[in-house]
Design a protein around this ligand. Structure first.
Ligand code: HAM
Length: 418
């Protein structure tokens, strides 16, 4: 039975078509270049992880509770598509023995992540991240370093008008007492809170601070601020991070309501926004310190800090700011057989590929139509084969801009095209 409707892509996922690829490649190449300039090495981890690992990101977070793509149970393992890369990179750091090498391990990863979120502009179900992680380093120097790296990347792809928001959310030592204060503050207001926020009040009260519910906004102003309740160690770290950023000339805004959507953060958290925009949805890059994550995964307690940049959003902004990478023609040379000469055309193409990219027009259509196609492709040269010339193992080489045409032996083509 023929289908009445053609099959389309799944909701919330996108194709990156050839014309869009150059801008994507540029964003990724700049990411790799800046990471290398800072001494970070590339790592690749699987897009499938055990659900157990992924849950370390935080069972109370939407990323795990609602947005996880769980796969069917396979044997004894519950698997899921990774919603983010940090948990997997930390796992790989131990499993691959990087913890035995020089510390910290400076790692970067570029790849797809999967979240079953409501699709909208800038929010996709498969999206790409540029992840940077410094694992095994406790010094605030690393916090400032990854922030500087993120900023350098955004600048290198041509984005200048940016806002960096910064906060510290303490650690296991000082945060529990702060959370009690926060709960005490919000409890009398409970009946005014949205149903989701009422649940958060007991389970994940920190998230009340980045609530987007309009009726809850006025309550934030008087809520206790965590930076005023840090333990001495966290307060010293927080002061150092800001000192380092000041010294680097990196401007930031302190945002006491910035708490991040994942549970593993300790101390520094930050987000980069395009200048002017606000709201989580528009963050171009975000991250922070995660000193408790390794232990939560069952590995020896090890500090770490990093961020992930959203490549989709960055590419969209690059395009919106008029940036364009002129796409190179798919092939420099087009071989056009005029007649039944597919074997000869394939051989000539093989010869020319030693020096140039080559496409062959195998279709049976008029010479005029074939020349038009070569033009559309943006080819610099056409190698024209006609039966009598091909018999002599020769061809007409046409330079497309000048229209100049010369007869050459096939073996002479590479030197002429080089
Ligand atoms: P995240 O804030 O969940 O953090 O994501 C990082 C960035 O990925 C966001 O700032 C945004 O640009 C992009 N992003 C997130 N979700 C989507 C989506 N649905 N569609 C398009 N872009 C999206 C993390 O993932 C942490 N692992 C970052 C990190 C690394 N923290 C420490 N190290």
């Amino acid at each position: 039975m023929p289908r009445t409707e053609p099959i389309k892509a799944a909701r919330g996922v996108r194709d990156i078509l050839p014309a869009a690829i150059p801008l994507w490649r540029q964003a990724e190449q700049e990411a790799a270049a800046v990471a290398k300039r800072f001494g970070y090495e590339e790592i690749a981890t699987p897009v499938i992880e055990q659900v157990e690992l992924v849950e370390r990101v935080g069972e109370q977070t939407d990323t795990v509770a609602k947005e996880l793509y769980r796969l069917d149970k396979r044997g004894s393992q519950n698997l899921a598509l990774r919603p983010e890369a940090t948990a997997g990179v930390v796992r790989a750091y131990f499993e691959g023995g990087l913890n035995q090498g020089p510390q910290p391990s400076r790692l970067y990863l570029i790849g797809p992540m999967f979240r079953h979120d409501k699709p909208q502009k800038g929010r996709y179900r498969q999206f790409f991240q540029f992840n940077v992680e410094a694992i095994g380093g406790a010094s605030p120097g690393f916090d400032a370093e990854v922030i500087e790296l993120a900023l350098s990347w955004l600048n290198d792809v041509g984005l200048q008008d940016l806002r960096l928001e910064l906060n510290s959310i303490g650690d296991g030592k000082c945060r529990p007492a702060y959370l009690e204060r926060l709960k005490d503050y919000y409890r009398p207001l409970k009946s005014h809170l949205h149903a989701d926020s009422q649940l958060r009040l007991e389970r994940n009260p920190l998230r009340l601070l980045d609530s987007k519910v309009p009726q809850e906004q006025p309550f934030k102003a008087d809520a206790p601020k965590i930076t005023e309740h840090l333990c001495d160690e966290c307060a010293a770290h927080w002061a150092d991070v800001r000192r380092l950023l000041d010294a680097a000339g990196i401007a930031y805004q302190l945002n006491p309501y910035l708490v991040r959507g994942l549970d593993y953060y300790t101390r520094t958290v930050f987000e980069f926004y395009p200048g002017g925009a606000s709201g989580q949805q528009d963050a171009l890059a975000s991250g922070g310190r995660y000193d408790g994550l390794a232990a939560a995964e069952g590995w020896p307690s090890t500090p770490g800090v990093g961020f992930a940049g959203g490549v989709d959003r960055v590419v969209e902004l690059m395009a919106a700011s008029g940036q364009e990478v002129i796409a190179k023609p798919a092939a420099d040379v087009v071989v056009i057989p005029d007649g039944e000469l597919s074997i000869e055309a394939a051989e000539v193409a093989r010869i020319c590929r030693a020096v140039r990219s080559v496409a062959v027009d195998y279709e049976t259509r008029s010479l005029r139509a074939k020349m038009k196609w070569a033009n559309k492709l943006g080819a610099k040269w056409v190698v024209l084969l006609t039966p009598d010339v091909a018999k002599r193992r020769a061809a007409q080489l046409r330079e497309m801009t000048s229209g100049e045409q010369t007869e050459l032996d096939w073996v002479e083509l590479p030197t002429r095209l080089a």
